[in-house]
Design a protein around this ligand. Structure first.
Ligand code: ADP
Length: 171
């Protein structure tokens, strides 16, 4: 089941939340900053041990003070016009995150809209890529039972729900 919801991802009681991280994994602005603040300093210490992460990939830590058990740190591309493999790199983030759910027995997961903030990826386009990869993983027999796509504004929620409707999710 895939649901688009509005809210603060740091508050969700799920097995894993996904962070829109940067290559250093050492924290930043936007949702990354919010996750680090809510998870406490142990998250930063754990991230510092990971040696960074390449764009289009993801690494996992515990959730520490978060209600979520794990954080999957996915590094999305910076949008620079669409000619720098941004679509493929964004898809790869979602694939990497879904792959980690298999390895860590994650049944419920929440994604923010990776790359659509400071990294300026066009929002509607990002939603289509996210949903394509999420549905592909579910179709391929992922263990995940529940996926939340978390929006931070009413406007984003409306766009994301419109894109979801085009996928014709079975109910
Ligand atoms: P990026 O650098 O990948 O663009 P940002 O954190 O700037 O990452 O933005 C990614 C998305 O996360 C944006 O759509 C932004 O509105 C959203 N966002 C920011 N804070 C939160 C939060 N606490 N919970 C959920 N989404 C958030």
């Amino acid at each position: 089941m895939v649901e688009i919801i509005k809210g603060d991802i740091t508050k969700l009681e799920v097995d894993a939340i996904v962070n829109a991280a940067n290559c250093t994994l050492l924290g930043g602005g936007g949702v990354d900053g919010a996750i680090h603040r809510a998870a406490g300093p142990r998250l930063q210490a754990a991230c510092a041990m990971l040696g960074g992460c390449v764009t289009g990939s993801a690494k996992l830590t515990q959730g520490y003070d978060l209600p979520a058990h794990y954080v999957i740190h996915a590094v999305g591309p910076v949008w620079s016009g669409g000619g720098k493999h941004e679509d493929e790199l964004l898809a790869s983030c979602y694939r990497s995150a879904m792959q980690l759910t298999e390895e860590h027995r994650i049944n419920t997961i929440a994604f923010p809209c990776i790359s659509t903030g400071i990294y300026r990826f066009p929002f509607e386009r990002a939603c289509g890529i996210a949903l394509s990869e999420i549905f592909r993983a579910l179709d391929e027999g992922s263990r995940v039972k529940q996926v939340y796509c978390v929006c931070f504004s009413d406007e984003d929620l409306e766009v994301y729900q419109k894109v979801l409707a085009t996928f014709g999710q079975p109910t």
